[in-house]
Design a protein around this ligand. Sequence first.
Ligand code: IPE
Ligand code: IPE
Ligand code: MG
Ligand code: MG
Ligand code: MG
Length: 296
Amino acid sequence: MNIEQFLKESAREVDEFIEAKLPSRGVPPRLLEALKYGTVGGGKKVRASLLFATAEAYGVERKVLLPLAAGIEMIHAFSLVHDDLPCMDNDDYRRGKPSMHRAFGEAMGVLAGDALLVEGLNLFMNDPHFVKTFGARKTLQVAQVILSALGGKGMVGGQVLDLEYQGRDVTEREVYEIYLRKTALFIQAPVVCGGILGKAGRKERRALAEFGLRLGQCFQIKDDLLDVTGESAVLGKTVGKDVKQDKATLVKVRGVEATERILREEFEAIKTLLSTLEHSFERLLELARFVVERSY
Ligand code: IPE
Ligand code: IPE
Ligand code: MG
Ligand code: MG
Ligand code: MG
């Protein structure tokens, strides 16, 4: 299975799981429709795949990880729905279709985002099979990792900085600070969770955490490059918005060529990092390569 097939297979399983598990009774039908619109059938499902690929190295099967993988993708979808709102990036187009607020209205954009976050956490924390398989302690541990990646020191804080630094002169350090919080910690989270659930030793856990964080930085660097060099039809989202809105990106500070070079160098560094580990993380390495080489 090549990496694109691996991602597609992860996406199919995650989508199926979400569709089956979304609460149907007692939820306003319009909200349910919005939740499906924001998750099922869209996105690369990179974060779910990172969890699968990390845990795979420890022999943990995908099937038992699905509640967490799907939950993480729902939480990610929340971040996209809110990111697109008119008061934030004001983006009309996402995953090849109108963004949530364009399709369902602004109030539903806010509320569906809220629900995706909460139901995403619910999906694994309230899954009896997941809790029984991994135990209450590990379930709590992975929830803590996810919550720390999302809060004021994490994604929400990063999104605040992203808006504050818009239209200003920024340093490279400030850009990396935004990247770390708004994106890298939540890319790191599934890698760290994979290590926790796979019962990785302390040394390997530490290395995985470093790998995840640096891959997360690469992820946003590539996203920002694609905003300049990518094609809207391939990406499924609007291009050229970062320049237009004068966003704080590495491309703005260093230019396209230097940014591409930094990305290549960083990939070589994280490749070396993975190769020093005791377990074999081939799939994870392939995913990292996909992250830095992708065109969507
Ligand atoms: C986009 O994330 C938002 C960022 C954090 C850069 P993805 O590129 O993973 O979006 P989807 O899920 O594939 O649509
Ligand atoms: C978003 O970064 C990061 C999130 C936490 C959602 P961007 O604003 O660059 O993401 P896109 O390009 O809209 O997907
Ligand atoms: Mg944004
Ligand atoms: Mg955006
Ligand atoms: Mg972007």
